[in-house]
Design a protein around this ligand. Structure first.
Ligand code: BGC
Length: 350
């Protein structure tokens, strides 16, 4: 069974816990019920030495500090009800117009002012045939942040015997709504957690990406990556062409697989030999290279998180899908069950 330990008290006065899942290889994943946040993940390097590859804090107060809330990086958190952006915080569903809380310029980002990353989830540690598990549940009430319908969300984290962290999402609603659930872990596969990730080599099996406007809202165009700095169909270091992308990578790639689960990303760090392989049944993946980190946050072990201190691979439906009729639908209807699985598997190349 996973272990559990106090993780501090939230500013609202709720005591939260840190659950640690362990497998036979000594791999450990720590998750708090505050925001369902993955706070650390110890995985081996090519010499078999375990190291933490996740950005975060060692107490809930780190995730609630004024600097953290101002920066809004969403370290390791579960994201909902709608991951990524919705244009102008508005959408129409079944002829009815909805207005959401906006929190990112004119747009709604990652669920609004109080998204799923900032709520306390019910937690149930357990064990399945695959490994140790943490089941997290949350009821997002009708009207929360402007979204329609009472949405019951269950997320199960499983640490498997082959060093994978599997994240299984299910949700049901009592009124038609939109949803886009993901996890916002920042990874850094280096030995030195304070070193940037520009040397990490990324492969994305995606021939197209969603072009965005100045506020990072998709224009609707799915543009071929070929011949551009967005082409990761063969491995490229993150830093190789990042200077050609104003602001850095913060885009959604259209995954080539027709139906999942399929390979969504591979990341390799040559010095440690660590490899991260992501698979998902979601149609898209956001590669975000920590462009907005600026050294104002200090995390676990006194590590200062500067620009490009970590990268996120957010498996998802495309941003602003509720306003883009040609994108895969993010609508969930009463009587239907949303189900999606993403897997983050760690290995080494010697
Ligand atoms: C977004 C970024 C944002 C980051 C942290 C990413 O998913 O695409 O624009 O800065 O999350 O909030």
């Amino acid at each position: 069974m996973p272990t559990s330990a106090p993780f501090g008290t939230t500013t609202a006065g709720t005591e939260v816990q840190l659950f640690t899942l362990t497998n036979a290889n000594g791999v450990k994943a720590s998750i708090t019920n505050y925001g369902g946040t993955l706070t650390s993940l110890l995985v081996p390097d090519k010499a078999g030495k375990l190291g933490d590859v996740i950005l975060g804090f060692d107490n809930v107060s780190g995730y609630q500090s004024p600097e953290y809330l101002k920066a809004g990086p969403y370290f390791g958190a579960l994201i909902g009800r709608y991951g990524n952006r919705i244009k102008g915080g508005k959408f129409t569903l079944d002829g009815k117009a909805y207005t959401l809380a906006t929190n990112n310029g004119p747009n709604t980002l990652h669920g609004g002012k109080v998204g799923f990353d900032k709520v306390v989830w019910q937690a149930e540690p357990g064990t399945s045939a695959e490994g140790q598990t943490l089941k997290l549940t949350y009821l997002s009430r009708d009207g929360e942040e402007g979204y329609p319908g009472n949405l019951n969300v269950t997320v199960v984290y499983t640490l498997t015997a082959d060093n994978a962290l599997k994240i299984d999402y299910t949700a049901t609603t009592d009124k038609a709504t939109v949803l886009n659930l993901t996890n916002h872990a920042y990874f850094n596969l280096n030995h030195d957690a304070g070193r940037d990730i520009l040397g990490h080599q990324v492969t994305l099996p995606a021939d197209r990406y969603t072009v965005v406007d100045a506020t990072l809202i998709p224009t609707g165009e799915l543009r071929p990556v070929r011949g551009t700095p967005f082409d990761f169909t063969m491995p490229h270091a993150i830093g190789e062409r990042i200077a050609q992308v104003p602001g850095g990578y913060d885009h959604n790639w259209v995954l080539n697989g027709a139906t999942g689960p399929y390979a969504a990303a591979t990341v390799y760090e040559p010095e440690t030999g660590r490899i991260l392989e992501v698979t998902t049944d979601e149609p898209g993946i956001q590669l975000y290279t920590g462009n907005f980190l600026d050294g104002t946050l200090t995390g676990k072990g006194g590590t200062v998180y500067g620009k490009n201190a970590g990268f996120c691979l957010e498996t998802q439906h495309f941003p602003d899908s509720p306003n883009q009729p040609t994108f895969p639908s993010t609508v969930l209807k009463p009587g239907d069950t949303f189900h999606s699985v993403s897997v983050y598997k760690f290995g080494v190349r010697k």
